[in-house]
Ligand binder design. Structure first.
Ligand SMILES: [Fe+2]
Length: 321
């Protein structure tokens, strides 16, 4: 049962300080050393985001996935259009490094499972015929809430020039399952057992690239509060608060310093046994959200393949002066 969960995303970035500020504003803990930054969820002893400083542009370096059966994966990679490669310069030669058929680098690692998260308080909603909360308010004054706290990395969405080829590779060579897709434009893949609805997802684009990493928070209110707070600090684009159709999660996306995205999520569908799940091919109108604000024009724009640099809202305002 090869891929089990998402471990991390590694990005080459031009402004390390801006990246560290963005992710720490999002509630993550940073360790900066030798021009690189490692970011983790408070309470976890492993990194979820790694930023490699000193590059001219943001670019996806690789994604890391927790897996077992690495020998079985290594044997299947070539027959499914990928190749086993050496560890890139500066990285440990551990686990298994592979390139998918589109040239995206994936690091597969045997790694202990994360500790179980503490049980969150029940998110109670008074509904017709079902009054759960009486004589008390559901919502406290804003000042009473601590900043949003990402609990764990749930999934990674990457761009792919051939979405169904990417899906074929991760399902046949890496032992993942297709959860759902919308035509050949976006597809969601999961681990075969006890998985979030999606662990790795692919969106169609002329080239490979990083779209977003998504972090679980306690409940839908924390998605909304966290999203609004991070937006006010980051000062660029956002999309949310809303709810996806595919995966069912509540979401709020905030644009990072390079035009890609950070997502807070809550209430994701869970697939305990992929053999008992039936993937749906959704219409494009259902591919993004059940409800939410209008989608930003550049929400699925891959700045990694576009010659035009991402210009943040702040920079654009300065340029116009
Ligand atoms: Fe997401």
């Amino acid at each position: 049962m090869p891929v089990l969960s998402a471990l991390s995303v590694t990005l080459e970035v031009p402004e390390l300080d801006a990246g560290v500020k963005f992710y720490t504003d999002a509630g993550m803990v940073a360790d900066v050393e030798d021009g690189n930054a490692r970011l983790r969820c408070e309470g976890q002893d492993r990194d979820s985001i790694m930023l490699l400083g000193g590059f001219a542009r943001k670019r996806l370096h690789h994604i890391s996935l927790r897996a077992n059966g690495l020998n079985v994966i290594a044997d299947a990679v070539g027959a499914n259009g990928g190749r086993v490669v050496n560890a890139p310069h500066g990285f440990e030669d551990n686990g298994l490094w592979v390139e998918d058929p589109n040239g995206m680098l994936i690091h597969l690692l045997e790694h202990p499972a994360d500790a179980e998260l503490a049980e969150a308080p029940t998110f109670e909603i008074n509904a017709p015929g079902r009054l759960l909360r009486k004589r008390r308010s559901a919502v406290l004054p804003s000042s009473k809430y601590p900043p949003a706290k990402p609990l764990r990395l749930g999934h990674i969405l990457v761009f792919s020039p051939d979405v169904m080829k990417s899906v074929q590779f991760v399902t046949r060579a890496l032992g993942m399952g297709l959860a759902d897709h919308a035509q050949d434009v976006i597809a969601f893949t999961c681990a075969k057992k006890d998985s979030d609805h999606h662990v790795v997802a692919f969106a169609k684009s002329p080239g490979v690239g990083f779209h977003h990493a998504s972090f679980q928070v306690s409940d839908p209110d924390e998605v909304g509060r966290g999203g609004r707070a991070l937006l006010s600090k980051a000062g660029r684009g956002d999309w949310g608060f809303g709810r996806h159709t595919i995966g069912s999660n509540f979401f709020h996306y905030i644009q990072d310093p390079w035009g890609s995205w950070f997502e807070y999520f809550s209430d994701m569908d869970h697939i305990d046994d992929h053999a008992l799940w039936s993937p749906t091919n959704y219409e494009m109108e259902d591919s993004l959200a059940s409800w939410g604000p209008d989608v930003p024009k550049d929400f699925v724009h891959n700045y990694e393949v576009d010659a035009q640099e991402f210009v943040s809202a702040g920079c654009a305002a300065e340029a116009a002066e």
